[in-house]
Design a protein around this ligand. Sequence first.
Ligand code: HEC
Ligand code: HEC
Length: 365
Amino acid sequence: MRKIIWLLFLPVALFACSDNDDNSVELTPGEITAEKEELGRLIFFDTNLSSPTGQSCASCHAPETAFSDENHASTSPGAVQGLFGSRNSPSVTYALYIPQLSYDNENETYVGGQFWDGRSNTLAMQAEGPFLNPIEMGNPDTATIVAKLRNAEYYDRFVIIYGRNNTVGQDFHYMADAIAAFESTSIFKRFNSKYDEYLSGKATLTADEQKGLELFQNKGKCANCHPLTDDPVAGEPLFTDHTYDNLGVPKNPNNRYYTIPAAYNPEGADFVDLGLGVTVGDAAQNGKFRVQSLRNIAKTAPYGHNGYFATLKDIVHFYNVRDVDPGFPPSEYPETVNHDELGNLGLTAIEEDAIVAFLQTLTDK
Ligand code: HEC
Ligand code: HEC
């Protein structure tokens, strides 16, 4: 696909950049990839691409917090003051390994898809969403974004890769293509956490971490959905099988999405997030969200699709006692809640802490 795009626009690029037969702009496939990655990085961090300006992808996906919200907001503010999305900004590290959304007949579950509800199939398709989302980067249309691109300092780089005489639609797709290339670079897949070093014999786990790993696999049942086995695509464990479940997460009373104008959220505080059910148009899937990778999880608080849980300890405690502790409010969507694998695990407080200690070994350097 990338090769085809390049071949298609090579003549345009040459024509635009040189008036002799000097092939100096001709890049090797490796150089094209490197150029795209750098262009994608520049777009990802460009705060001029929102309306009003001031917000980039990195505003909600900052490198310091494994490309999640560095302010640790349960839901991040949009470019327009006073607007907020309904969901927590996830880490973008390891998102490149999320497969396309499909239905697994054998295990009777949906698998894959970007976003908490799987509504976008690839990183490139995903990247087109935030630019136009009124409660994120807020641009009215693609022409507005592409006009900003064509005025950007890095537009010359864009032209070398994708050519100059494209339609607005084509340029918008190419921007997303470059972002996806950046999001596939090594900083999004470091695989160098303490746990990775432990697997390769370069580090030893403390007694607590070791105990947490054992509980994660057995008594805690975490590995049922966050497997320790190698991901088939990544070839390393990602601590997710990319499937969907309803954990019974309560509504987050502090969700600022409830307070935004009715033009954006007509239901106000009555809003119920149906998750996967809306994506696939099937009420049996309502309330389900995709199992997240737990890599870098210690950096990305708060937790859950609506950021209900402030700390790792809070969410582990919820898994442990949801069904036996009257302290938790009801589930946001009770009908499809999983009662088999969580809710009454019988973990002691010390065991909960050990699981947290293990989760903290999953942070990349
Ligand atoms: C205002 C905050 C905000 C901005 C700006 C933003 N995002 Fe996001 N991003 C989110 C939220 C919230 C989600 C989850 C939304 C959902 O599931 O509906 C998300 C989801 C994602 C995902 C999917 C990850 C996963 O695990 O499913 C990727 C990839 C991503 N964003 C990349 C980007 C890129 C690229 C940009 C810039 C073009 C961007 N984001 C701009 C908040 C933001
Ligand atoms: C039945 C499948 C299942 C089991 C068992 C399970 N999880 Fe999860 N996990 C999920 C799903 C699905 C989500 C996202 C749910 C949501 O936000 O609504 C999730 C989310 C999380 C998150 C938050 C991720 C984020 O980015 O906010 C953490 C942390 C977590 N799980 C840890 C654990 C631990 C620790 C255990 C064992 C005590 C465990 N999980 C057991 C399915 C599971």
